[in-house]
Design a protein around this ligand. Structure first.
Ligand code: N01
Length: 546
């Protein structure tokens, strides 16, 4: 495989800088599979990972109650039939520890660790115009010279830590769900405050409420959540899935969200009677999880249809929560599915507990953090522990925290000053041989991430293999194709209600971030088809150089 071009470099670990074909940043599911694929092509490649172990988001988000809300038998790799046959998922929605065990199993099974530099954070990636390669440096002083620079940095990995005045004076403990400590955290009999009511908070609140003395939930925006109805798998069920795992995966790839269980009912909510609507919503509520939004095909495009689903959930909240004032506060007012729909176990029920209190910070926002606790409208809520469940600088945060400079020393942050610009979410013009796995402009966070990760990794490795065969040394998008893709991504997002609220999808949760709907909303099968067509047309829209 090494005879064709000058793409290949044999790695010399003692040299400084280390010369290598490809440097991958991040040892989550994207980075691990990328390393596996590049190795199989015969390339020298390594991963640089800030954490001390593999797992990416599942390494950092180890808060109590953390689990995935995509069905475990689909939130896993499908590239190896042996792997999927040998691994045994125990629950419908796997817990964080189980997913992390799986990530470790994959790393060991494919002997990936020997090429991972753990505990090293990439701080810069600079393209050398003269030598057509990337100089990649870490905060610990490692330096690499690589032909390919591949970012597997994750979409939700750079935490959003609001800078409340007085935070340094707080006498108790402070944690962030997205960067939870690796040592055990004892919350029992403590007074705990949780800031935020997104997916992370909605998972952790019911769990920690069981052991803490008091739990105060500081809610700025009420969120919609659907019960998970999680369950353990029976041996017979696992056997049945494994007898046609391939079939399940194929159906997943053919579905908009990359998951076979998310069945879309191709009927409009406004075209059926209230009784039929109610029946369908109830069926979905009882089945549990995000497939609730598949109840009718027009829920995210027609505000009237959307309201029928929102009303249904609001009614459920009123039925579950005993105190009508708390039920009213917990009832979201915005479009359902505009912010990411949450999935829970006993979230609304938790507000019936005596030790749990909801603090509304929608109009009177958190003023400051004091020595003793959190101050809102002049009242100080005394606390021993504050948990920030305040989310992430999504999709661009991790990329822009690295000093990335492309041709002519132009920085990525300068190029993306008005929002991310990519072709297919895979590459950006002016940054040759730089790839972003599940980057902005691809389905990524709107899909089962495992499906989208595998599709991108395979696309990138096929591309590198093609370059190798044909003698190309460099690839980057044409400006025109990038412009057209950015416009297309914006146009179709504009047709969906999902682009209409202040969510992290549009960067609204981060002060000063340009507000652009970042993921590609056209669905997994359409996106895959576009990518395949571009390849069939000899990488149409890309500039390939020898
Ligand atoms: O973060 P979020 P998350 N004062 O951004 C509030 C994935 N995920 O970590 O809405 C007070 O959703 C903020 O309030 P508001 C999933 O894709 C998946 O929970 O901005 N409050 C909001 O309530 C998810 O969508 C899984 O008004 C402040 C909360 O903090 C994504 O990660 C599990 C505030 C942040 O919610 C992010 O979820 C967990 C302030 N200054 C996460 N600043 C599963 O697979 C922010 N907030 C199940």
């Amino acid at each position: 495989m090494n005879n064709h071009t000058n793409l290949h470099t044999s790695i010399d670990n003692d040299a400084i800088p280390i010369k290598i074909d490809a440097v991958i940043t991040g040892a989550g599911f994207a980075g691990m599979y990328m390393l596996y694929k590049l190795r199989n092509l015969g390339l020298s490649a390594c991963i640089i990972e800030a954490g001390k172990n593999v797992g990416g988001t599942w390494y950092w988000n180890r808060y109590p109650g953390a689990r995935c809300d995509v069905w475990s038998m689909e939130y896993s790799y499908q590239f190896s039939e042996e792997l999927q046959q040998e691994w045994e998922w125990t629950e419908k929605y796997a817990t964080q520890p189980e997913i992390l065990r799986y990530a470790n199993h994959v790393a060991d099974r494919f002997d990936l660790r020997k090429d991972i530099y753990f505990g090293n954070r990439v701080h810069s990636a600079i393209f050398n115009d003269d030598s057509n390669n990337w100089s990649i440096k870490t905060d610990s002083g490692l330096e690499f010279l690589a032909t390919f620079c591949i970012m597997a940095t994750g979409c939700l990995s750079s935490v959003n830590q609001p800078h409340f005045q007085g935070i340094d004076n707080f006498k108790g403990e402070i944690y962030h769900t997205g960067n939870w400590p690796h040592h055990s955290v004892n919350l029992s009999d403590k007074r705990v405050g949780v800031i935020g009511t997104g997916s992370s908070a909605i998972q952790t609140i019911p769990e920690i409420a069981k052991s803490v003395k008091n739990l105060l939930v500081f809610q700025r925006t009420a969120n919609y959540t659907i019960p998970a109805h999680n369950e353990f798998f029976t041996p017979d069920f696992i056997k049945e899935i494994k007898s046609d795992y391939k079939g399940l995966r194929e159906r997943g790839k053919m579905s908009r969200g990359g998951t076979a269980i998310l069945e879309l009912n191709e009927v409009n909510a406004v075209d059926v009677t209230p009784e039929i609507r109610e029946k369908e919503f109830e069926k979905r509520w009882q089945a549990g999880g995000v497939s609730f939004m598949g109840a009718f095909q027009d829920l995210v495009v027609n505000p009237d249809s959307n309201k029928t689903a929102a009303d249904f959930v609001r009614k459920k909240i009123q039925q579950i929560v005993i105190d009508p004032d708390i039920a009213a506060l917990l009832s979201p007012k915005n479009i359902i599915g505009c912010k990411r729909l949450c999935v829970d176990t006993d979230y609304y029920e938790t507000f019936n507990r005596e030790n749990v209190k909801l603090i509304d910070v929608s109009s009177d926002q958190i003023e400051m953090i004091t020595h003793d606790g959190i101050k809102v409208s002049g009242n100080i809520y005394a606390l021993d522990v504050i948990i920030f469940a305040t989310g992430f600088d999504a999709m661009t945060g991790a990329l822009l925290s690295i000093d990335i400079k492309g041709k002519n020393n132009r920085s990525l942050s300068e190029k993306w000053i008005n929002g991310p610009r990519t072709y297919l979410g895979l590459q950006t013009e002016g940054f040759p041989n730089l790839f972003t796995i599940t980057g902005p402009g691809s389905p990524s966070v709107l899909s089962n991430m495992m499906v989208s990760i595998e599709q991108h990794v395979e696309w990138i490795s096929d591309c590198i293999s093609f370059m190798d065969r044909e003698g190309y040394t460099s690839i980057e998008p044409e400006m025109d194709s990038e412009d057209k893709w950015v416009n297309h991504v914006n146009d179709i997002a504009g047709k969906s209600l999902r682009s209409t609220c202040s969510s992290w999808y549009v960067g609204a949760n981060i002060d000063g971030k340009p507000q652009v709907f970042m993921p590609y909303i056209g669905g997994v099968p359409t996106y895959r088809e576009i990518c395949e067509k571009i390849v069939a047309n000899q990488y149409e829209g890309f500039i390939l150089t020898k």
